[in-house]
Design a protein around this ligand. Structure first.
Ligand SMILES: [Zn+2]
Length: 218
């Protein structure tokens, strides 16, 4: 192999120290270092003082920076996702997590109109929804009665004490007519799952009505 000049090797040394040379160059430098005291010394000095030439400092810094940037990007993306998820969770909780508003005579009133139809009055600030049934024929204490079931639900956003969304201040109660109410004998308040009573028979009518509150009868 042809002799390489020390100046060339010494030009290469900084790169060699930083391990950014090709395998061939590496081999070349190593071969030379084994035979040349001068370059060997130069090399040792470089490694002792952790010599990093300016252009390689930039490269190193960029390398670190790039890595850090990627980490930062992952972190940022992660926290954005977490934030979105939390927003969604809070949103769902505030608007969709419904529970029944417990019965109270201050909040609910069934009113019979002159034509015999029934109107449900709600005196709370707001509510998220209502569950109700058409009249159903049920045997109660040996007598067939036509009963309607009803309950109101609230969310954090809408409840008897808060009206998160409503801008308009209602005057008086919120009213709606119960379906087919002319024939209704009794109205019960409380949450119900008719599938349990009618389809799977897990619950009898007696059991269900015992959990509910009789709020009106003809
Ligand atoms: Zn040399």
């Amino acid at each position: 192999m042809k002799e390489i000049k020390c100046t060339i090797i010494q030009d290469l040394l900084p790169l060699y120290v930083d391990d950014v040379v090709s395998e061939d160059t590496k081999e070349l430098v190593e071969q030379h270092l084994q035979t040349c005291q001068v370059c060997q010394k130069e090399y040792e000095q470089m490694t002792q003082t952790l010599y990093v030439p300016i252009e390689n400092k930039v490269t190193l810094f960029e390398k670190v920076n790039k890595k850090w940037n990627r980490k930062k990007m992952i972190l940022i993306a992660g926290s954005i996702l977490t934030t979105l998820f939390l927003c969604f969770a809070v949103f769902s909780y505030v608007f969709h997590y419904e529970k029944m508003i417990p019965y109270s005579s201050d909040l609910f009133e069934i009113e019979q109109q002159s034509d015999g139809t029934l109107v449900s009055n709600y005196f709370g600030k707001s509510h998220a929804g209502t569950g109700m049934t058409h009249p159903m024929k049920v045997e109660i204490d040996g007598e067939m009665k036509n009963i309607s079931l009803i309950y109101y639900v609230e969310t954090i956003a809408n409840s008897p004490t808060s009206n998160f969304l409503r801008e308009d201040e209602r005057i008086g109660p919120e009213r709606f007519e119960l379906p087919d109410s002319k024939t209704v004998d009794q109205v019960y308040y409380g949450q119900f799952d008719l599938e349990k009573v009618i389809i799977t028979k897990e619950q009898t009518w007696d059991e269900l009505l015992q959990e509910m509150t009789l709020i009106w009868q003809r």
